[in-house]
Design a protein around this ligand. Structure first.
Ligand SMILES: *[C@@H]1O[C@H](CO)[C@@H](O)[C@H](O)[C@H]1NC(C)=O
Ligand SMILES: *[C@@H]1O[C@H](CO)[C@@H](O)[C@H](O)[C@H]1NC(C)=O
Ligand SMILES: *[C@@H]1O[C@H](CO)[C@@H](O)[C@H](O)[C@H]1NC(C)=O
Ligand SMILES: *[C@@H]1O[C@H](CO)[C@@H](O)[C@H](O)[C@H]1NC(C)=O
Ligand SMILES: *[C@@H]1O[C@H](CO)[C@@H](O)[C@H](O)[C@H]1NC(C)=O
Ligand SMILES: *[C@@H]1O[C@H](CO)[C@@H](O)[C@H](O)[C@H]1NC(C)=O
Ligand SMILES: *[C@@H]1O[C@H](CO)[C@@H](O)[C@H](O)[C@H]1NC(C)=O
Length: 622
């Protein structure tokens, strides 16, 4: 008996190798080609083998409360995996992301059920997945497989489902390999059309809807915006432009407990995010919001930003940074570099995002060719290679805003963006949608500029505008978040009212849709009422030539409905985020016609339900 067990164990080892670990992309987090920063699955596999070898000694009198199910387990399925049960946490939370034409990432978390205080951490959990076009998964299974997860990656599972048909809706499910009856709920996702699909055939000939979000803050409100997008729109893709989670930092450090506990009774767990544990805890907690769960099973997500902390740039945040003499410590006691690595690692574990380039460590900037209808180009204007930003104390940034060599993206990302835009035009894609974090258009707040947005990197902004003009690149649409307010603008060189006419839009080179926050506090102040907010909006649309609509009172999101002829943007305002609900209204809608490179006049059809339109306020006296 004894030797038979050894033989079984070794045979099984040869069969398994590391492929079950390697199938889980979370082990590549954050950098697959960096031995310091990704997991060595051979070592993890060896750890399991050693543990299994422990089973080859007589366990008759051995008791170990940490492994309550191990010795009694039935290992006939797999000698090395845990079969003590899996908890697909958060009612089977799962999500999908970064769809291509024949593949998509599927994600879940499979926590081992534990009778004791600590889950069994020494043997892997084996999770099976399958994907099919049939809503009950009873039809043909297109792809299926098994993958391991362990505590090393917080029991997250991220697999790529391949061999799929382009532009197709799919259904998928995870289950426990050792007990298929334990299964997650069935989720939905889809693939993109292949790059050469004619524009009018994309999405089966129906217009394609993108729902766009930014800035969720758990303690500020319920994430109703996600729920409205999932339940009340036909969103095909969910785009998040940053601040999917927020680590409290200077402004709501635990030394200020009341700010973490809003009147709505939602409090963030843990401290200011600094270690991998902190970032995992934060992501985990945000994912308990019902509306977010609903939006994650409604379709694939394309996300942006690695969510390090407030006012992040390449070597620091508002309250921590690297310096020539070593690191400086944030209030939570972490060195910035470690903090950034921890944030990026947790992000790649928890988010259904692809690792774009194993040799380019922080790269998440990437392009999605959605048939010949759209190129969706996602940038990283936060962590990748951004020169120093406004950190609240370093007011000198105001005087650096015009420096020619200041970069927001880093030279390689900037060159890649230009190449991608040029190629997009060359391949005949109709629309070029650029998703990025921060407001692009100049916003003059009475002589004050937010230098944490593109207003702090003016030469870099001009290079992009020059590339659009010089390359005759039309139909560019910039998407932005970060600001906690709505700003809709024609794209033009700042202060240039010679080539650009703010009334007719003539001379504009594209448009920008900058959306408000899911829950983060209004840019006009938390206690500002609607009439005061609209007064401020009226002043701003009057003072800023390119800005056509401003709205700063409501929290929400927007959708873009894209077809060959036009893009329609609908801005959704949430009625009340202090309780979970799906009540919302459209505060304004805008149309951009193919080839026009400006907002269609009259802007918003001349009719809005909140905020202020430039066309309805008297022009400013010069
Ligand atoms: C599963 O996980 C959820 C969320 O963490 C928890 O509330 C629940 O008690 C767990 N169930 C079991 C059986 O461990
Ligand atoms: C960041 O570094 C600078 C020196 O470059 C230092 O003056 C500043 O105090 C640091 N800030 C924080 C929050 O550590
Ligand atoms: C940018 O140029 C200024 C002088 O105009 C110089 O002081 C600074 O070091 C340069 N920065 C970089 C990152 O090259
Ligand atoms: C635009 O004009 C305003 C007001 O004169 C000025 O403060 C700002 O610096 C100008 N912007 C640029 C990019 O030159
Ligand atoms: C809005 O707030 C302003 C400033 O606090 C106040 O003067 C005004 O009366 C308020 N308006 C309404 C409708 O409550
Ligand atoms: C939001 O709902 C809460 C709870 O029902 C209510 O107390 C509050 O007045 C509502 N706020 C608004 C702006 O309607
Ligand atoms: C969304 O749908 C729900 C019903 O599922 C409805 O109660 C709610 O009013 C709708 N919200 C909007 C903004 O249409």
């Amino acid at each position: 008996m004894f030797s038979a067990f050894v033989t079984l164990a070794l045979v099984a080892t040869n069969v398994y190798g590391t492929q079950h670990l390697d199938r889980n992309l979370a082990y590549r987090s954050p950098f697959s080609n960096d031995p310091q920063a990704s997991h060595n699955t051979k070592n993890i596999q060896a750890r399991h083998i050693q543990h299994a070898r422990r089973q080859t000694v007589d366990a008759g009198s051995f008791t170990d409360e940490h492994y309550p199910t191990f010795y009694g387990g039935d290992f006939s399925n797999s000698p090395f995996v845990r079969n003590g049960g899996i908890n697909f946490t958060h009612s089977g939370l799962q999500c999908t992301g970064d769809p291509f034409d024949t593949s998509v990432l599927l994600w879940t978390r499979a926590l081992p059920i534990s009778e004791g205080p600590t889950p069994d951490e020494s043997v892997p959990v084996c999770v099976a997945f399958k994907i099919s076009r049939s809503p009950t998964l009873s039809g043909r299974i297109i792809d299926s497989g098994e993958a391991f997860t362990t505590f090393d990656v917080d029991f997250t599972v991220k697999v790529e489902a391949t061999g799929l048909e382009p532009d197709t809706k799919y259904f998928f499910q995870f289950s426990d390999c050792t007990n298929p009856k334990t299964a997650s709920p069935i989720g939905t996702t889809r693939t993109l059309p292949s790059p050469n699909t004619p524009a009018h055939l994309v999405n089966g000939g129906k217009s394609l809807t993108l729902a766009v979000f930014s800035c969720s803050r758990y303690q500020n409100g319920f994430f109703n915006a996600y729920g409205v997008a999932a339940h009340n729109t036909t969103a095909d893709l969910f785009i998040h432009l940053g601040d999917y989670v927020r680590g409290p930092s200077v402004v709501d450090h635990p030394s200020l407990p009341q700010s973490r506990f809003a009147a709505i009774g939602r409090m963030v767990l843990g401290r200011e995010t600094a270690t991998i544990h902190d970032y995992r805890l934060r992501l985990n907690q945000y994912r308990t919001d019902v509306s977010l769960v609903d939006a994650h099973v409604a379709g694939p997500w394309i996300t942006d930003d690695h969510e390090v902390s407030d006012q992040a740039w390449k070597a620091g945040t508002a309250d921590s940074n690297d310096t020539a003499i070593g690191c400086s410590f944030s209030p939570s006691g972490a060195c910035f570099t470690d903090r950034k690595l921890a944030a990026v690692r947790a992000y790649h574990e928890w988010m259904p995002i692809r690792q774009v380039d194993p040799n380019n460590q922080l790269r998440i900037w990437r392009n999605f060719q959605i048939g010949k209808l759209v190129d969706l180009t996602m940038l990283d204007t936060r962590q990748y290679n951004r020169d120093i930003t406004d950190l609240y104390y370093n007011t000198v940034i105001n005087s650096l805003a015009d420096e020619k060599n200041r970069s927001l993206m880093g030279a390689d990302q900037e060159q890649w963006l230009f190449k991608t835009l040029t190629e997009s035009k060359k391949r005949g894609a109709i629309w070029r949608i650029i998703g990025q974090q921060i407001v692009f258009t100049q916003l003059n707040f009475g002589g004050f500029f937010n230098v944490d947005s593109w207003d702090g990197y003016r030469a870099n902004r001009n290079r992009i505008l020059d590339h659009l003009v010089g390359g005759h690149i039309d139909n560019a649409v910039i998407l932005s978040g970060d600001s906690h307010g709505n700003w809709v603008s024609d794209l033009a060189h700042p202060n240039d009212t010679t080539r650009y006419n703010p009334i007719t839009g003539a001379g504009a080179v594209g448009v920008e849709f900058a959306g408000t926050a899911v829950t983060s506090t209004s840019t006009f102040g938390a206690d500002t009422n609607q009439s005061t907010a609209e007064g401020l909006s009226r002043q701003l649309v009057q003072a800023n030539p390119d800005l056509q609509w401003s709205e700063g009172f409501f929290r929400g999101f927007y959708t873009l409905t894209v077809d060959v002829h036009q893009i329609k943007a609908d801005f959704f305002a949430m009625r009340n985020i202090t309780i979970p609900n799906l009540e919302a209204f459209v505060s304004a809608s805008f149309v951009v016609e193919n080839g026009a490179n400006k907002l269609k006049r009259p802007v918003a059809g001349g009719k809005i339900n909140a905020g202020a339109l430039k066309s309805s306020v008297a022009p400013r006296e010069e």
